[in-house]
Design a protein around this ligand. Structure first.
Ligand code: AMP
Ligand code: ZN
Length: 470
């Protein structure tokens, strides 16, 4: 089998990848912090792991993926306190929204979605192991910290030599400034606010709650083992989050925590990072309200390599909507064709090779998508010949289905319910009648009212055909 190559943030280079056991890729993706609906920036990162898992399967591997749900952290507690709710009351509906949005974007479900609050026992256990090794210590504030100077490997992932190391200087927040490396909180002593919103548990160090970094280490190792194959996340998680995950896990087990670290670049809007605190977020709900299909969002996200920044703009979205319309037309055409040409089999073979090679080359989705459009162009020209070669058609269908199994960019015929279809048929009959009596103004008027509802009419020798485009 040709090798699969992937950029590893740890070595700063593209390396050949295969799962440690040769068969199943154990993959952990940092999931959403569920206090607000995830925005499209978050979903860019989640679509990157969706692409990765599908490409790995295409390459012949099995995949076991865990994506955690961070359902207790500083931001959630702040929100719960403001709204006088429990953390569960804050996170439960947001998890529901996340699932709906994820399904809408056709992101394949991971094998596990552990919630941090369901793994408190495992987290406490991990802190205890670190304490026994003399790497964790309880400070005067009753919180337990990780002593970074006791772990010689600290800073390898984020090349800490460029940052200041402040061993013994403690930081209690989950999401602290990215300049200094400090002893970080593993277990945080409970405050009255934590108690009030149900974010405090018993532990050997008194009532408290886990730090955010600890959550991921404990869940990853509990569900996937001490050494996982691939750990993913957005580039902003590299430091401190992933650095701290490595420190906690490796200090406890003495084994490498993740073999590959893969980070996705940011989604920007108007040149700056899409982020809740910047206030420039767009959500999946916003796109749905504008009738942007999941296929178009996926096409857009895959049109830029995952390690390059991607700017979200109306023009880019429009272009992707147009592109997937062509993919949809081609899918319909393949489905309804009754035969092809032998040349189609050749085109399919070339396409298959180019597509697979692009994805094996550090997940080069833009190149894979470009190969698809070249194939669509050439195959359309062959289908125009209305040949009768069954094998050619079958090969084209197969190559297309395989590629779409990874990209998943055929748009749905959305919003066409029976009522709308009946109305369109009625309008088309009225238009035909108007034309029959040479009342072209009336016929045009009907076409316009159809277009306002997103219905495009095409006159063919067999009569008028229509489709809903948005
Ligand atoms: P959070 O819900 O903040 O924990 O983030 C969930 C995931 O989204 C993490 O992997 C982040 O790195 C990622 N993320 C956050 N903002 C962006 C963005 N603008 N573009 C791409 N990924 C992002
Ligand atoms: Zn994480």
């Amino acid at each position: 089998m040709p090798e699969f190559r992937l950029y590893n943030s740890m070595s700063r280079s593209v390396e050949p990848f295969a799962p440690a056991d040769g068969e199943t890729v154990r993959m952990y993706a940092c999931g959403p912090t569920v206090y607000n609906p995830a925005h499209l920036g978050n979903f860019r990162t989640f679509l990157f792991s969706d692409l990765l898992r599908r490409a790995l399967r295409l390459a012949g591997f099995k995949v076991q993926q865990v994506m955690n749900l961070t359902d207790v952290d500083d931001k959630i507690i702040k929100r719960a306190t403001e709204q006088k709710k429990s953390v569960r009351e804050v996170t439960e509906p947001v998890i529901g929204m996340f699932n709906v949005d994820r399904d809408y974007l056709r992101i394949e479900p991971a094998e596990h979605y552990p919630r941090a609050t369901d793994f408190i026992v495992e987290m406490v256990d991990l802190v205890r192991r670190l304490e026994q090794k003399g790497i964790a210590y309880q400070a005067d504030d009753k919180s337990v910290y990780f002593a970074i100077d006791k772990f010689p490997g600290y800073g390898r992932l984020s090349r800490l030599d460029t940052r200041e190391l402040k061993a013994g200087a403690r930081v209690a927040q989950d999401d602290y400034a990215k300049e200094n490396a400090q002893d970080f909180a593993l277990w945080k002593a409970a405050t009255p606010d934590d108690e009030a919103c149900g974010a405090a548990w018993d532990s050997p160090w008194g009532r408290g709650r886990p730090g955010w970094h600890l959550e991921c280490s404990a869940m990853a190792m509990s569900l996937l083992g001490d050494t996982i194959d691939i750990h993913t996340g957005g580039i902003d998680l590299q430091f401190p989050h992933h650095e701290d995950e490595i420190a906690q896990s490796e200090a406890a087990t003495g084994k490498p925590f993740a073999r590959f670290w893969c980070h996705g670049a940011f989604l920007l809007t108007d040149g700056s990072k899409m982020a809740k605190r910047v206030g420039n977020v767009a959500t999946v709900q916003d796109l749905r309200a504008q009738n942007v299909s999941a296929a178009a969002v996926r096409h857009l996200m895959f049109s830029t390599h995952y390690r390059k920044q991607l700017n979200l703009s109306g023009a880019a979205l429009e272009a992707s909507m147009e592109a997937v319309r062509r993919v949809g037309d081609f899918a319909e055409r393949l489905a309804s064709a009754t035969g092809g040409t032998p040349k189609l089999a050749e085109l399919a073979e070339t396409f298959r090779g180019e597509f697979d090679e692009a994805l094996r080359d550090d997940l080069n989705a833009p190149r894979a998508q470009a190969a698809l459009f070249v194939f669509i162009n050439h195959a359309n020209a062959e289908l125009d010949k209305r040949g009768s070669d069954a094998a050619g058609l079958a090969a084209a269908r197969d190559a297309f289905a395989r590629a779409d199994g990874v990209l998943d960019i055929v748009p749905e015929q959305e919003g066409v319910d029976a009522g709308l279809a009946a109305w369109v048929d009625q309008q088309l009959a009225a238009r035909k009648a108007a034309r029959g009596r040479r009342d072209f103004a009336a016929a045009d008027q009907i076409r316009k009212s159809l277009e306002e509802k997103g219905i495009v009419v095409e006159d063919t020798p067999q009569g008028a055909r229509w489709k809903k485009v948005r």
